[in-house]
Design a protein around this ligand. Sequence first.
Ligand SMILES: Cc1cc2nc3c(=O)[nH]c(=O)nc-3n(C[C@H](O)[C@H](O)[C@H](O)COP(=O)(O)OP(=O)(O)OC[C@H]3O[C@@H](n4cnc5c(N)ncnc54)[C@H](O)[C@@H]3O)c2cc1C
Length: 449
Amino acid sequence: MDWAADLERGFHPSLGWGLPPYTVDHGRVKVIVAGAGIGGLTAALSLHAAGIEVLVIDAAVTLGPLGVGINLMPHAVRELTELGLGEALAATGIPTAEHVHFDRHGNRIWGFASGLNIGYRWPQYSIHRGELQMILLDAVRARLGRQAVRAGTVFTEFAQSPSGVQVVVRDRRSGTVSAWPADVLVGADGLYSGVRAQLHPDEPAPCWSGIMMWRGVVEGTPFLTGRTVAVAGTNAALKFVAYPISRQAELRGRALVNWVAEVMVPGGSATAADWNRRGRVEDVLPWFAGWTFGGLDVASLITGAPQILEYPMVDRDPLPFWGTGRVTLLGDAAHPMYPVGANGGSQAVVDARVLAWSLARALSSSGTPAQGLAAYEAARLQTVNAIVLANRDMPADRLLHLVSMRAPDGFGRIEDVLSATELATFDQAYRSTTLPDVAALNSRPSLTP
Ligand SMILES: Cc1cc2nc3c(=O)[nH]c(=O)nc-3n(C[C@H](O)[C@H](O)[C@H](O)COP(=O)(O)OP(=O)(O)OC[C@H]3O[C@@H](n4cnc5c(N)ncnc54)[C@H](O)[C@@H]3O)c2cc1C
């Protein structure tokens, strides 16, 4: 890590725009990753495993375990397992057993098995996002060295030539602006990505669905299987999602329950999306008065959470391209999506792995970094853009809405509300928009270069 250590010691920051062209040494290609979130840190581990040098910068002065619950689907768990993190995930998250849907009165509509229970070789995990980020951060520091991640360092702009890229950063503590040379820049800087803004300067603000989400975590007694993702209502109006996220709580016979309350706000207007914004009990509780389902009392979950976070459900229109030359995007910077199919974090993980694989492959066959990035984009862009669009109009959500229209006061038997064909369609619709084919995932070759 001499290069990152040099940067850490302040060796390069004195260099400015007049820097001579950076010479690519294929044995020691250097990548700057902007953003130490789930995608950026996974990229660092994957690039390092491929023999590529990496420096990760993050705007946050301190990298702490922020956020609440997130789901990692089997396709992402496979990648993290191949990076050697399988045991850490198993010790931290809950291997999800099933997803069950209820109407807003608590009547069970439909359920399906998840992860290992439907034949994947890797589990789905429901996990605390901050704990996941810390697992990744600890692994990066242990494998690449502490200097490989620089907090408090804000990406501001880049300039590239055929032989290299200059990355301009601002140190938040000192205010110093520096230009750092690299072979590749990866923008993993989330929804308001500065790298994306430079690549697509005319892009409008994120698109708001009209739904506000409040989120919280509270410890309670296990419900249903103890490993169930339980969903009530529809996101055409009101929806409440709850799932346990802590293996440590489970070992104590308890459940650390993550909940998300979604409200289609009548006549609302979009607010800036900030994952850390505090919400207020009084804004969310009235919408869910009297709701119970799957053994859960929604009011207790809402009032029991030590803190509530508020976030508008936003995404961005799919991009025609993610990068040019030596610069690319991954994760939310490339394709922010509604968090309805448990795919935001999962797709960021897969992006990171495909990026490292594509770059390593190009370099090992005497190709250029730009060719590696082009191969990465070709492998991922269409697939992920389709997921962004599918998440805006989940067929499963349409069926949940149908149930609420046909049986607004509840029902005794779901068969009286939905036909067998409609139920089968429901099942299929969920799988095809959210999950990869089981046999295809289980049998495809590893992305470890
Ligand atoms: C603080 C936080 C809390 C979150 N909580 C949840 C949650 O509870 N549930 C959920 O489903 N999803 C949550 N998310 C979003 C979720 O992590 C992502 O949707 C998904 O994991 C994809 O990850 P990503 O790495 O692409 O982006 P992110 O995880 O958003 O990471 C982006 C990183 O880039 C950094 N960054 C931004 N701008 C710059 C810049 N100019 N220079 C350098 N670094 C920059 C940010 O500090 C952040 O660490 C949260 C994200 C953040 C940042």
